[in-house]
Design a protein around this ligand. Sequence first.
Ligand code: GTP
Ligand code: MG
Length: 553
Amino acid sequence: MKPNQLLRLEHLYRRRIPVERVISAELARTCTELSHEIRCQIGLLVSRRGTIEQVIVGNARELVITDLSRFALSRRSLRGLRLVHTHLQNEPLTHDDLTDLALLRLDLIAAIGVGPEGLPADVHVAHLLPPNPRGQAYEVLPSCPFHSFHMNCLSFIEALEAELSRTAAGHVVKEGQESAILVSVSRASRTVQEERLEELSELVRSDGITVLDQVVQRAQDIHPKYLLGSGKLKQVVIQALQRRADLLIFDQDLTPGQARAIGEMTEIKVIDRTQLILDIFARRAHSREGKIQVELAQLRYLLPRLSGRGPALSRLGGGIGARGPGETKLETDRRRVRDRISHLERELAGFARHRDQRRARRVQKKLPVISIVGYTNAGKSTLLNALTESHVPTQDRPFETLDTSSRRLRFPRDREVIITDTVGFIRDLPKDLMGAFRTTLEELRDADLLLHLVDGSARDSDAQIAAVESILTELDLDGIPRVLVVNKCDRLPPAQAAALCRRYGAVGISALHPATLAPMIEMLERTVAERPARAMPAWGAAASGPLREAGVV
Ligand SMILES: Nc1nc2c(ncn2[C@@H]2O[C@H](COP(=O)(O)OP(=O)(O)OP(=O)(O)O)[C@@H](O)[C@H]2O)c(=O)[nH]1
Ligand SMILES: [Mg+2]
């Protein structure tokens, strides 16, 4: 480019457009003439006040808008910037132009055709649309010659913005609540994917987030960079922006690279299932120990994702909102995160020592320990409460309990045991979480018997049992005898409950109705009584022994 052309480009920054015009006639002409000379597109990002915020030079066919971080979208429906650019062949808006409009939420996009003499030819304009039944993101206006083009720019944009705000997700999302679009990409069958998404929505809702929509993609080949293909991902992002979602939540775990690549495409917060679960834990942790464990898990998750710089990093957050490790902590470098991790690990070790002392006292008294384990929301705490008349909080949502509670239980024949309730399991329990909760889960090691509680009314109780079994194996707890108990039988027709118990070789109860507990209590008492000091028969054998004798299988 010649110095004089560069100078003319630079001078574009000094121009100002009257607020009611998309572009002034003189400025349009300056741009088309320059474009004609240098054979490249020229673009102007214009604020609503009519100031030129950025001048972009592309090539003959396109231009690339790079960094809009100075013009954050935050919660607005439009960016407050429009793109006015030249098209050398007077061609209409391209697919890329329209994608930019939608992905960047521009006030509007205009292309001014360059005529044969370098004079403005036609004007091509498009603007965004509110969510509509046809699922269209934008509308392209009919092209017209530049000299006959009239649009009252500011009032048009303000009216559009008002319309977008009115029709966005607002009416389904409560004030102050976040909203999300859920995405699942996997090779699994549609049924499995749907079951998993149902669980994900439950997790999302229990985290106080409104689910706006779900996108299910069955893919043989998972895109290594974006999980979905980049075209499909753009569509999802555009839809999310249109509906003003705060979050995109992936059911599949994102590698640090994927999280970064997707984060670079949009300012919408992108998180995966692990981050969601960590966020739920962060909300529910009350005790100091619980809080440390959650922060540890969040930091360990964050560490490998700390390599990048820039906005993608701060969006990773400790999950959602400002809980967990706050933004300021995230700005620190890896070393400080590592220091914090070792500090928390030391503090956690202190809790473990205390627990060892308590354990030792318990062993001295030689009271057998029965630990209730099971999928989250199976009714473990409800059962503990029913058995011991305690008041451990229970709620119909995942991960209500994070801290272990132990209570004494006196069996009818006067034998005493300790019964404990702890954090629930979930399929694909995030590794970092499992690591951080190891000290809590270690307590299960002391159990003489694991009472595996299953929600018999869950649609996928088989899968839940399998998930719990596999976590027990992973924790090296599969050597401890266990009994299977089917809960929530009140929700099933009696014949179906009986069939389920027969199939699992389990005893059926309804923890909400203490009168139903007697057979289980009797079975537990027998099993514990038959226990040759800390070496009871494995569960399979128990099922055919005391369970059968008790007449429950
Ligand atoms: N209908 C019915 N509901 C039950 C029964 N047992 C528990 N529930 C309900 O199931 C929900 C979960 O119970 P919790 O005891 O909190 O479950 P949990 O296994 O401790 O769950 P987490 O601590 O979150 O892992 C609550 O709303 C209970 O009232 C039952 O036998 N029948
Ligand atoms: Mg519980």
